[in-house]
Ligand binder design. Structure first.
Ligand SMILES: NC(=O)CC[C@H](N)C(=O)O
Length: 310
């Protein structure tokens, strides 16, 4: 079947879901994110043949937030290898909110259950090699440039500083992990890298193209170059299925059924083998931290194009 939609269809779907923004709310635990407009909705499908279909606020920039966890994981796996990464971080879903500290105390050995929750993501970011925080952020950014095929992508410094100043819970997670030998070095420097990683700012097309590289088994869409080794891209996508939508990953697998990762900016990046990357954004979030309209748009796309992998 033809797995393509038109821009007009996407625009109609945006109009259809817009009223549902009222069912959620824009997050305020990172003060700069509270300023987002819930109606800044956009959607894009980046096909493996290079065609990109998009609609809504297509030029609007938003931050990656937790979507960056997949990217940092790919980089850490490439830098350190699977054995090292999984000696520090587990592979199991938690069923808890993304910033929960509870399982760190009750799991034995005391390591974060997976790289998609904040504790696991902080441990993964701690593994990225570099002489200084600036070096590590530079490395992450260059990797994003490669994935998106666009080296104009930068960091939203207002969002980064806002999170850095208020990331008390993430600091607590780091100190707990430092006590237990999961991370080492300066917590402040790690928070500096992590908050900048989360604040990498993209538009909807750039995000869909990153998703398309994962869909394309780690290969660049134009040159065919293997940016991420295939088996590591597969590990990332598997985590997206089991843990990508926080503690709503199970219901999302049933409703939508594609590897996807969401962030508190209201963005979600999905990838579908043989089809491409999908990105949606809508800053109004449900109680689990997932975009209300983003999930609806993905559900519509998945059912119309029969995208579920199950
Ligand atoms: N779920 C998210 O997107 C969380 C990312 C955010 N930067 C945090 O650590 O709280």
């Amino acid at each position: 079947m033809n797995k393509k939609v038109t821009e007009q269809q996407l625009q109609e779907w945006i109009e259809h879901v817009k009223p549902f923004t009222r069912l959620g709310k824009v997050p305020d635990y990172i003060p700069a994110l509270a300023k987002q407009d819930p109606e800044h909705i956009a959607v894009s499908v980046f096909h493996l043949d290079g065609e990109c279909v998009r609609a809504g606020y297509v030029d609007h920039l938003f931050t990656l937030q937790s979507i960056s966890k997949v990217i940092a994981l790919a980089l850490a796996l490439m830098d350190q290898g699977e054995d090292y990464v999984f000696s520090k971080v587990g592979m199991e879903p938690t069923g808890d909110p993304f910033h929960s500290i509870a399982k760190l105390e009750t799991s034995n050995p005391s390591k974060p259950l997976n790289p998609m929750i904040n504790a696991g993501a902080l441990a993964v970011t701690n593994m990225i090699e570099g002489e200084s925080p600036t070096d590590k952020v530079g490395k992450l950014l260059s990797f994003v440039h490669e994935l998106a095929g666009d080296n104009t992508i930068g960091i939203d410094t207002e969002v980064a500083s806002s999170e850095f100043e208020t990331a008390h819970l993430n600091r607590a997670l780091c100190y707990y992990m430092k006590q237990n030998g999961i991370i080492e070095g300066s917590v402040e420097e790690l928070l500096d890298v992590y908050t900048k990683q989360c604040s990498i700012a993209v538009n909807i097309q750039q995000l869909a193209r990153i998703g398309a590289v994962f869909a394309n088994e780690g290969r660049d869409l134009q040159s065919g170059r293997q940016i991420i080794p295939k088996h590591l891209a597969r590990i990332c996508k598997t985590f997206m299925v089991t843990c990508g939508m926080y503690d709503a990953s199970g219901s999302f697998a049933i409703r939508v059924g594609i590897p996807a990762k969401s962030g508190v900016s209201g963005a979600i990046m999905g990838c579908v083998k043989d089809v491409g990357g999908i990105a949606v954004v809508g800053p109004s979030l449900d109680e689990k931290g997932n975009s209300v309209v983003g999930m609806q748009l993905l559900e519509m796309l998945s059912s119309r194009l029969e995208l579920s992998i199950f």
